[in-house]
Design a binder for this molecule. Structure first.
Ligand SMILES: Nc1ncnc2c1ncn2[C@@H]1O[C@H](COP(=O)(O)OP(=O)(O)OP(=O)(O)O)[C@@H](O)[C@H]1O
Ligand SMILES: [Mg+2]
Length: 301
Protein backbone atom coordinates (compact mmCIF):
# COMPACT_ATOMS: atom_id res chain seq x y z
CA UNK A 1 0.00 0.00 0.00
CA UNK A 2 1.55 3.24 -1.04
CA UNK A 3 0.47 6.66 0.03
CA UNK A 4 0.32 9.15 -2.79
CA UNK A 5 1.53 12.09 -0.79
CA UNK A 6 1.68 13.31 2.71
CA UNK A 7 -0.21 16.41 3.59
CA UNK A 8 1.99 19.40 2.90
CA UNK A 9 0.75 22.85 3.57
CA UNK A 10 1.36 25.88 5.66
CA UNK A 11 -0.76 26.48 8.65
CA UNK A 12 1.08 29.45 9.96
CA UNK A 13 -1.99 31.33 11.12
CA UNK A 14 -3.05 28.67 13.65
CA UNK A 15 0.51 28.34 14.94
CA UNK A 16 0.64 32.11 15.32
CA UNK A 17 -2.67 32.01 17.18
CA UNK A 18 -1.27 29.37 19.54
CA UNK A 19 1.69 31.64 20.28
CA UNK A 20 -0.62 34.55 20.93
CA UNK A 21 -2.66 32.42 23.37
CA UNK A 22 0.49 31.80 25.37
CA UNK A 23 1.26 35.50 25.71
CA UNK A 24 -2.18 37.10 25.74
CA UNK A 25 -2.67 39.59 28.57
CA UNK A 26 -5.68 39.47 30.84
CA UNK A 27 -6.94 42.86 29.65
CA UNK A 28 -6.80 41.84 25.98
CA UNK A 29 -8.53 38.55 26.78
CA UNK A 30 -11.35 40.34 28.62
CA UNK A 31 -11.92 42.63 25.67
CA UNK A 32 -11.74 39.75 23.21
CA UNK A 33 -14.39 38.01 25.27
CA UNK A 34 -16.69 41.01 24.86
CA UNK A 35 -16.34 40.74 21.07
CA UNK A 36 -17.09 37.03 21.16
CA UNK A 37 -20.14 37.39 23.39
CA UNK A 38 -21.58 40.08 21.17
CA UNK A 39 -21.01 38.58 17.69
CA UNK A 40 -24.50 37.18 17.56
CA UNK A 41 -26.09 40.63 17.75
CA UNK A 42 -23.35 43.11 16.99
CA UNK A 43 -20.77 42.39 14.36
CA UNK A 44 -19.21 45.80 14.94
CA UNK A 45 -18.78 47.41 18.33
CA UNK A 46 -17.32 50.76 19.32
CA UNK A 47 -15.41 52.00 22.37
CA UNK A 48 -18.51 53.29 24.19
CA UNK A 49 -20.29 49.98 23.77
CA UNK A 50 -17.27 48.09 25.13
CA UNK A 51 -17.21 50.47 28.10
CA UNK A 52 -20.89 49.76 28.77
CA UNK A 53 -20.42 45.96 28.46
CA UNK A 54 -17.51 45.91 30.91
CA UNK A 55 -16.38 47.60 34.06
CA UNK A 56 -13.08 48.61 32.54
CA UNK A 57 -11.91 52.21 32.32
CA UNK A 58 -12.11 53.69 28.82
CA UNK A 59 -8.36 54.36 28.70
CA UNK A 60 -7.58 50.76 29.45
CA UNK A 61 -10.07 49.67 26.81
CA UNK A 62 -8.36 51.90 24.28
CA UNK A 63 -4.99 50.43 25.20
CA UNK A 64 -6.32 46.87 24.96
CA UNK A 65 -7.96 47.57 21.60
CA UNK A 66 -4.69 48.94 20.23
CA UNK A 67 -2.95 45.72 21.25
CA UNK A 68 -5.68 43.52 19.77
CA UNK A 69 -5.38 45.49 16.52
CA UNK A 70 -1.60 45.01 16.51
CA UNK A 71 -2.07 41.29 17.01
CA UNK A 72 -4.59 41.34 14.13
CA UNK A 73 -7.29 39.70 16.25
CA UNK A 74 -9.75 42.49 15.48
CA UNK A 75 -10.04 44.95 12.63
CA UNK A 76 -11.04 48.59 12.55
CA UNK A 77 -13.99 49.74 10.50
CA UNK A 78 -15.71 53.08 10.05
CA UNK A 79 -18.21 52.38 12.81
CA UNK A 80 -16.01 50.57 15.30
CA UNK A 81 -14.14 47.28 15.65
CA UNK A 82 -14.82 43.82 14.36
CA UNK A 83 -13.63 40.39 15.46
CA UNK A 84 -11.73 38.51 12.71
CA UNK A 85 -11.03 34.79 12.26
CA UNK A 86 -7.67 34.94 14.05
CA UNK A 87 -9.41 36.52 17.05
CA UNK A 88 -11.98 33.74 17.19
CA UNK A 89 -9.17 31.14 16.79
CA UNK A 90 -7.29 32.63 19.74
CA UNK A 91 -10.41 32.74 21.88
CA UNK A 92 -11.39 29.15 21.00
CA UNK A 93 -7.87 27.84 21.53
CA UNK A 94 -7.50 29.57 24.87
CA UNK A 95 -10.76 28.03 25.96
CA UNK A 96 -9.55 24.55 24.95
CA UNK A 97 -6.26 24.95 26.78
CA UNK A 98 -7.80 26.59 29.89
CA UNK A 99 -10.43 23.83 30.07
CA UNK A 100 -7.60 21.29 29.91
CA UNK A 101 -9.05 19.64 26.81
CA UNK A 102 -5.73 19.90 24.97
CA UNK A 103 -2.32 21.10 26.02
CA UNK A 104 -1.53 22.81 22.72
CA UNK A 105 -1.70 22.27 18.98
CA UNK A 106 0.81 20.54 16.76
CA UNK A 107 1.28 19.92 13.08
CA UNK A 108 -1.40 20.14 10.43
CA UNK A 109 -3.15 16.86 9.62
CA UNK A 110 -5.37 17.88 6.80
CA UNK A 111 -6.73 20.82 5.00
CA UNK A 112 -10.23 20.65 3.70
CA UNK A 113 -12.04 23.13 1.53
CA UNK A 114 -13.73 24.45 4.60
CA UNK A 115 -11.52 23.66 7.55
CA UNK A 116 -8.00 23.43 8.95
CA UNK A 117 -7.37 20.26 10.92
CA UNK A 118 -4.37 20.05 13.24
CA UNK A 119 -3.03 17.46 15.62
CA UNK A 120 -3.10 18.00 19.35
CA UNK A 121 -2.57 16.03 22.51
CA UNK A 122 -4.94 15.82 25.41
CA UNK A 123 -3.82 16.57 28.95
CA UNK A 124 -3.53 12.78 29.39
CA UNK A 125 -1.31 12.50 26.29
CA UNK A 126 -3.88 11.03 23.90
CA UNK A 127 -3.77 11.92 20.21
CA UNK A 128 -6.48 14.36 19.15
CA UNK A 129 -7.51 16.12 15.97
CA UNK A 130 -8.81 19.69 16.18
CA UNK A 131 -10.94 20.91 13.30
CA UNK A 132 -11.28 24.69 12.84
CA UNK A 133 -14.08 25.63 10.48
CA UNK A 134 -13.16 27.98 7.64
CA UNK A 135 -16.34 28.27 5.59
CA UNK A 136 -16.12 31.41 3.49
CA UNK A 137 -12.34 31.39 3.36
CA UNK A 138 -12.40 30.52 -0.30
CA UNK A 139 -15.44 31.52 -2.20
CA UNK A 140 -16.83 28.50 -3.98
CA UNK A 141 -19.75 29.39 -6.13
CA UNK A 142 -21.19 25.93 -5.59
CA UNK A 143 -20.64 25.64 -1.88
CA UNK A 144 -23.97 24.16 -1.00
CA UNK A 145 -23.07 24.03 2.65
CA UNK A 146 -22.35 27.72 2.84
CA UNK A 147 -25.56 28.59 1.08
CA UNK A 148 -27.73 26.36 3.18
CA UNK A 149 -26.31 27.73 6.44
CA UNK A 150 -26.85 31.25 5.25
CA UNK A 151 -30.34 30.65 4.00
CA UNK A 152 -31.60 28.79 7.00
CA UNK A 153 -30.52 31.20 9.66
CA UNK A 154 -30.24 34.30 7.56
CA UNK A 155 -26.72 34.79 8.85
CA UNK A 156 -24.29 37.08 7.13
CA UNK A 157 -21.42 36.82 9.53
CA UNK A 158 -18.88 34.14 8.53
CA UNK A 159 -17.77 33.64 12.11
CA UNK A 160 -21.31 32.73 13.12
CA UNK A 161 -21.68 30.47 10.10
CA UNK A 162 -18.56 28.59 11.19
CA UNK A 163 -19.70 28.32 14.80
CA UNK A 164 -23.02 27.00 13.55
CA UNK A 165 -21.28 24.43 11.31
CA UNK A 166 -19.12 23.22 14.21
CA UNK A 167 -22.24 22.80 16.35
CA UNK A 168 -23.96 20.81 13.64
CA UNK A 169 -21.02 18.51 13.07
CA UNK A 170 -20.47 18.04 16.80
CA UNK A 171 -24.10 17.06 17.34
CA UNK A 172 -24.03 14.55 14.48
CA UNK A 173 -20.79 13.05 15.79
CA UNK A 174 -22.34 12.64 19.24
CA UNK A 175 -25.40 10.90 17.76
CA UNK A 176 -23.34 8.64 15.50
CA UNK A 177 -20.92 7.76 18.26
CA UNK A 178 -23.81 6.03 20.04
CA UNK A 179 -24.04 3.56 17.15
CA UNK A 180 -21.62 0.82 16.18
CA UNK A 181 -20.07 3.05 13.53
CA UNK A 182 -16.38 3.91 13.47
CA UNK A 183 -16.76 7.55 14.39
CA UNK A 184 -14.08 9.88 15.61
CA UNK A 185 -15.14 10.50 19.23
CA UNK A 186 -16.12 14.15 19.71
CA UNK A 187 -14.66 15.43 22.98
CA UNK A 188 -15.40 19.11 23.00
CA UNK A 189 -16.54 22.03 20.90
CA UNK A 190 -15.17 25.49 21.39
CA UNK A 191 -16.77 28.14 19.15
CA UNK A 192 -15.89 27.08 15.57
CA UNK A 193 -13.57 24.23 16.57
CA UNK A 194 -14.09 20.58 17.45
CA UNK A 195 -11.68 18.37 19.37
CA UNK A 196 -12.01 14.75 18.37
CA UNK A 197 -10.25 11.42 18.33
CA UNK A 198 -7.42 11.35 15.85
CA UNK A 199 -7.86 8.54 13.37
CA UNK A 200 -4.60 6.84 12.43
CA UNK A 201 -5.01 6.37 8.73
CA UNK A 202 -5.31 7.98 5.32
CA UNK A 203 -8.16 8.99 3.07
CA UNK A 204 -9.04 6.54 0.29
CA UNK A 205 -7.90 9.14 -2.23
CA UNK A 206 -4.40 9.09 -0.70
CA UNK A 207 -3.73 5.40 -1.30
CA UNK A 208 -1.98 4.59 -4.51
CA UNK A 209 -3.41 1.08 -4.40
CA UNK A 210 -5.70 -0.61 -1.92
CA UNK A 211 -4.86 -4.27 -1.34
CA UNK A 212 -8.46 -5.49 -1.51
CA UNK A 213 -10.69 -2.74 -2.93
CA UNK A 214 -13.84 -4.90 -2.96
CA UNK A 215 -13.49 -5.53 0.75
CA UNK A 216 -12.93 -1.81 1.41
CA UNK A 217 -15.98 -0.99 -0.72
CA UNK A 218 -18.11 -3.38 1.34
CA UNK A 219 -16.80 -2.01 4.60
CA UNK A 220 -17.62 1.51 3.42
CA UNK A 221 -21.20 0.48 2.68
CA UNK A 222 -21.50 -1.18 6.09
CA UNK A 223 -20.62 2.17 7.65
CA UNK A 224 -23.07 4.11 5.45
CA UNK A 225 -25.77 1.65 6.41
CA UNK A 226 -25.29 2.04 10.16
CA UNK A 227 -25.74 5.81 9.81
CA UNK A 228 -28.74 5.37 7.52
CA UNK A 229 -30.40 3.04 10.02
CA UNK A 230 -30.14 5.93 12.47
CA UNK A 231 -31.77 8.12 9.80
CA UNK A 232 -28.55 10.02 9.14
CA UNK A 233 -27.04 10.77 5.72
CA UNK A 234 -23.58 12.29 5.35
CA UNK A 235 -24.48 14.20 2.19
CA UNK A 236 -20.90 14.92 1.12
CA UNK A 237 -19.49 11.44 0.83
CA UNK A 238 -16.53 10.77 -1.44
CA UNK A 239 -13.02 9.28 -1.35
CA UNK A 240 -11.95 12.52 0.41
CA UNK A 241 -14.12 11.87 3.45
CA UNK A 242 -13.44 8.18 3.96
CA UNK A 243 -10.40 7.11 5.95
CA UNK A 244 -8.86 3.61 5.98
CA UNK A 245 -6.94 3.07 9.20
CA UNK A 246 -3.96 0.90 10.04
CA UNK A 247 -6.27 -1.96 11.14
CA UNK A 248 -8.05 -1.95 7.80
CA UNK A 249 -11.11 -0.28 9.28
CA UNK A 250 -13.18 2.35 7.48
CA UNK A 251 -14.11 5.69 9.08
CA UNK A 252 -16.42 8.27 7.57
CA UNK A 253 -15.52 11.84 8.54
CA UNK A 254 -16.83 15.36 7.82
CA UNK A 255 -20.45 15.60 8.99
CA UNK A 256 -21.47 19.29 9.24
CA UNK A 257 -23.74 19.09 6.20
CA UNK A 258 -25.34 15.79 7.25
CA UNK A 259 -29.13 15.57 7.15
CA UNK A 260 -31.73 13.33 8.70
CA UNK A 261 -34.16 11.25 6.67
CA UNK A 262 -36.94 13.80 7.05
CA UNK A 263 -34.93 16.33 5.03
CA UNK A 264 -36.61 17.14 1.69
CA UNK A 265 -33.44 16.18 -0.23
CA UNK A 266 -32.68 13.06 1.81
CA UNK A 267 -33.34 10.63 -1.02
CA UNK A 268 -31.27 12.60 -3.49
CA UNK A 269 -28.38 12.92 -1.01
CA UNK A 270 -28.19 9.25 -0.02
CA UNK A 271 -28.25 8.24 -3.67
CA UNK A 272 -25.53 10.72 -4.48
CA UNK A 273 -23.38 9.46 -1.58
CA UNK A 274 -23.81 5.89 -2.82
CA UNK A 275 -22.97 6.88 -6.39
CA UNK A 276 -19.90 8.86 -5.36
CA UNK A 277 -18.44 5.87 -3.56
CA UNK A 278 -19.24 3.50 -6.44
CA UNK A 279 -17.84 5.93 -9.01
CA UNK A 280 -14.54 6.10 -7.19
CA UNK A 281 -14.10 2.33 -6.99
CA UNK A 282 -15.15 1.84 -10.60
CA UNK A 283 -12.83 4.54 -11.89
CA UNK A 284 -9.75 3.77 -9.86
CA UNK A 285 -10.04 0.00 -9.37
CA UNK A 286 -12.07 -0.94 -12.39
CA UNK A 287 -14.47 -2.95 -10.20
CA UNK A 288 -17.68 -4.38 -11.60
CA UNK A 289 -20.25 -2.98 -9.17
CA UNK A 290 -23.96 -3.57 -9.19
CA UNK A 291 -25.26 -0.16 -8.13
CA UNK A 292 -28.78 -1.47 -7.57
CA UNK A 293 -27.54 -4.08 -5.17
CA UNK A 294 -25.80 -1.52 -2.96
CA UNK A 295 -28.66 0.98 -3.20
CA UNK A 296 -31.11 -1.70 -2.08
CA UNK A 297 -28.72 -2.80 0.66
CA UNK A 298 -28.73 0.72 2.11
CA UNK A 299 -32.30 1.80 1.45
CA UNK A 300 -34.01 -1.34 2.75
CA UNK A 301 -32.53 -0.47 6.19
N1 LIG B 1 -10.62 12.83 13.26
C1 LIG B 1 -9.67 12.92 12.33
N2 LIG B 1 -8.55 12.17 12.43
C2 LIG B 1 -7.58 12.26 11.50
N3 LIG B 1 -7.61 13.09 10.43
C3 LIG B 1 -8.69 13.88 10.28
C4 LIG B 1 -9.78 13.83 11.22
N4 LIG B 1 -10.72 14.72 10.81
C5 LIG B 1 -10.25 15.29 9.68
N5 LIG B 1 -9.04 14.79 9.34
C6 LIG B 1 -8.22 15.19 8.18
O1 LIG B 1 -8.50 16.55 7.86
C7 LIG B 1 -9.03 16.69 6.53
C8 LIG B 1 -10.13 17.73 6.51
O2 LIG B 1 -11.19 17.31 7.35
P1 LIG B 1 -12.72 17.33 6.89
O3 LIG B 1 -12.88 16.48 5.69
O4 LIG B 1 -13.54 16.99 8.06
O5 LIG B 1 -12.85 18.86 6.53
P2 LIG B 1 -13.53 19.70 5.36
O6 LIG B 1 -12.85 20.99 5.29
O7 LIG B 1 -14.96 19.79 5.63
O8 LIG B 1 -13.30 18.87 4.09
P3 LIG B 1 -13.90 19.03 2.60
O9 LIG B 1 -12.71 19.43 1.79
O10 LIG B 1 -14.33 17.64 2.33
O11 LIG B 1 -14.99 20.03 2.60
C9 LIG B 1 -9.49 15.29 6.18
O12 LIG B 1 -9.45 15.09 4.82
C10 LIG B 1 -8.53 14.40 6.93
O13 LIG B 1 -7.35 14.22 6.18
MG1 LIG C 1 -13.60 16.61 3.91
Amino acid sequence: MLIVKACEFELSSLKESANIVRNLGNLEYRILKIFVSSIKHHEIINNQEIVSYSNLHKDRIEYGLTNLLKLKLISKTEKGFKLVTAGLDVYALKNLVDSEIISGIGNPIGIGKESDVVEAVSESDQARAVKFFRIGRISFTDTKRKRSFEKRKNIHNWLLINIEAAKREYDFLVKLKETKMNISTPYFRSMHSIVMYRIKGFRLVDYKLLPDPKEILNKTFEQIKIAYKENIINGDLSEYNIILDENNEIWIIDWPQAVTLDHPNAEFLIKRDIQNVIKFFKRKYDLQIDENYYTQYILQK
